[in-house]
Write a protein that binds this ligand. Structure first.
Ligand SMILES: Cc1cc2nc3c(=O)[nH]c(=O)nc-3n(C[C@H](O)[C@H](O)[C@H](O)COP(=O)(O)OP(=O)(O)OC[C@H]3O[C@@H](n4cnc5c(N)ncnc54)[C@H](O)[C@@H]3O)c2cc1C
Length: 504
């Protein structure tokens, strides 16, 4: 083999996966057909789960400066606008119904021990990609830009990957992180069932005139929905007259201006277009994320409208779930079936996101009945319970993998436990390894883990948990594989076997 893994696509998901694999000692090549990073305006924020993924790998300091810059821009823009926009930091929106964070009960047990990751919210996709690309390079990942994957032949032992129709690389595994129109997905014959598009959305970063009269935030206009903000010149429109006739045609300033005029009814002029994209509500998901030695991650595995801002989060979640499992498979210690748990764990979350976005499109329509329903949902989301429900859904704190185990924490993302020495759990996960927390100074627990040294680190710490935990086994992706209270370590050995193979 020339390479352990080839990743097609150097977008955020391909880059995050490459970092995870390289951290685990895997030889990885990323091929990206664009010679320079894509500057098209896309995601403008990430959720708590994604923030945690970055935090656990030590990327928080790199993100802080960018987040601060973006937050300052948003505050300034909101202060300059009239009514309609949120007056406090929004927790997010559902179908354009903005919900402020001050209505949310952050004392809810689902938000237990949320650490500093919560501060990574307002960050542009381009900034995420730049930080991940720098990190990948630091770790020794080879990223070949301006190189396209043009074909591949997969067999039982590996994949021959053809690049630019003139070079072949032999790899153990191929991952398609090549976006919604994934060549890898189509070529490998993955099924991609779902629902057809019915709307056209447009998002652009512009210089414009005539928009000062428009309130900030999501607005219903005569011809659809629009948003002006949260940063100057950022415009989003949604029209319900079917998908675009030609999805590949370049988006022009005239198209954005026409659409903005139709939906807002205002006399706006787009004087300059910095970046623009079109999107639809095409909602599809691969029925499995693995076919033999070919895997899918991110938009390649699932597409949907961007409402509610979940796509990037979903893809980063795929990458951190797949990374350590594929690394274990490459290194030869993966227990039976480990790689297939990638689909079993991630597919249901993708399915939820598709449903979440479909529900929003349904509620955005402007007919009389939908408007009436929208008012009801608006009322509900502005109750304490409604706001807390939305915050829990959007943040990802409710995502739980189907992992066997008696303790209620099993399968959940680990709380960012605060330890007696002042450190927090996330600071101990930078090396990308699993971690067994010994919270009761338990010799038996440490002894049990001896056979897995090298794959599972052990950390003896004191932590004020209620009820008192004996130990917690945290997988490299931050999810809990085992937890126990009251001095018992029953089930620990089975969990170590289940996730980290036979003892060395
Ligand atoms: C308008 C809009 C707003 C959005 N807002 C949000 C938001 O607020 N929050 C959120 O979480 N998500 C949001 N998203 C979704 C988010 O942008 C995507 O989910 C995310 O980009 C997926 O990342 P990815 O790496 O899977 O795919 P991509 O970002 O599409 O990257 C795939 C890469 O693969 C490369 N590639 C493709 N084919 C080949 C090939 N054959 N060979 C080599 N390279 C190839 C492409 O050039 C590309 O760089 C939004 C999307 C849009 C369009």
């Amino acid at each position: 083999m020339n390479r352990d893994v080839v990743i097609s696509g150097g977008g955020p998901v391909g880059l995050m996966l490459a970092c995870e694999l390289r951290l685990a000692g895997v030889d990885v090549l990323v091929v990206e057909r664009l010679p320079e990073p894509d500057q098209t305006i896309k995601a403008g924020s990430v959720n708590l789960t994604t923030g945690e993924a970055f935090y656990r790998r030590g990327l928080l300091p790199a993100m802080d400066a960018v987040v601060e810059r973006n937050s300052a821009q948003i505050r300034k823009f909101l202060e300059s606008r009239g009514g309609g926009g949120p007056k406090t930091v929004p927790v997010g929106h559902f179908a354009g119904i903005m919900v402020a964070s001050d209505g949310v009960d952050f004392g809810d047990p689902a938000f237990r021990d949320v650490g500093p990751a919560a501060r990574v919210v307002v960050i542009q996709q381009q900034d995420v990609e730049a930080i991940l690309a720098e990190r990948a390079t630091e770790l020794g990942v080879e990223i070949r830009r301006g190189v396209e994957l043009t074909g591949f032949d997969a067999d039982d032992d590996g994949v021959s990957v053809h690049l630019d129709d003139r070079e072949t690389v032999r790899a153990g595994w191929l991952v398609g992180a090549d976006g919604g129109r994934s060549f890898v997905r189509k070529q490998a014959g993955f099924e991609f069932p779902g629902t057809d598009p019915a709307i056209t959305g447009r998002q652009a970063l512009t210089e414009l005139t005539g928009a000062d009269v428009l309130p900030a935030g999501w607005q219903h206009g005569p011809g659809g929905l629009y948003v002006h903000g949260p940063t100057p010149g950022r415009v989003l429109t949604v029209e319900f007259d079917g998908p675009p006739a030609d999805r590949d045609a370049p988006v022009t300033a005239q198209e954005i201006e026409d659409s903005f005029r139709r939906v807002s009814g205002a006399d706006v002029r787009v004087t300059q277009l910095h970046s623009a994209t079109r999107f639809t509500d095409n909602a599809r998901q691969a029925s499995t994320y693995r076919r033999g030695r070919v895997l899918l991650a991110g938009d390649a595995a699932h597409v949907h409208s961007p409402f509610g801002g979940q796509g990037l989060n979903l893809g980063i979640g795929d990458a951190v779930n797949l990374g350590w499992k594929l690394a274990a498979t490459v290194h030869g210690w993966a227990p039976e079936g480990l790689l297939d748990t990638y689909t079993t764990e991630r597919h249901p979350i993708g399915e939820w996101v598709l449903e979440w976005t479909r529900a929003q499109v349904a509620l955005m329509r402007s007919d009389v009945r939908t408007r009436a329903l929208r008012r009801v949902v608006d009322d509900l989301l502005h109750t304490g319970d409604g706001a807390t429900y939305l915050a829990k859904k959007l943040s990802g704190v409710l995502h739980r993998y189907p992992i066997e185990g008696e303790h209620d924490l099993t399968g959940r993302a680990a709380p960012d436990f605060a330890f007696a020495d002042g450190s927090r759990l996330g600071e101990h996960l930078h090396n990308g390894k699993a971690l067994l927390l010994d919270l009761a100074d338990h010799a038996g627990l440490r002894e049990t883990a001896n056979g897995w040294a090298g794959r599972v680190g052990v950390l003896t710490m004191k932590c004020d948990s209620e009820p008192a935990l004996t130990g917690v086994l945290v997988r490299p992706d931050g999810h809990i594989a085992w937890a126990r209270e009251g001095g018992s370590v029953a089930g620990l050995e089975a969990a170590l076997h289940r996730w980290f193979g036979a003892p060395a």
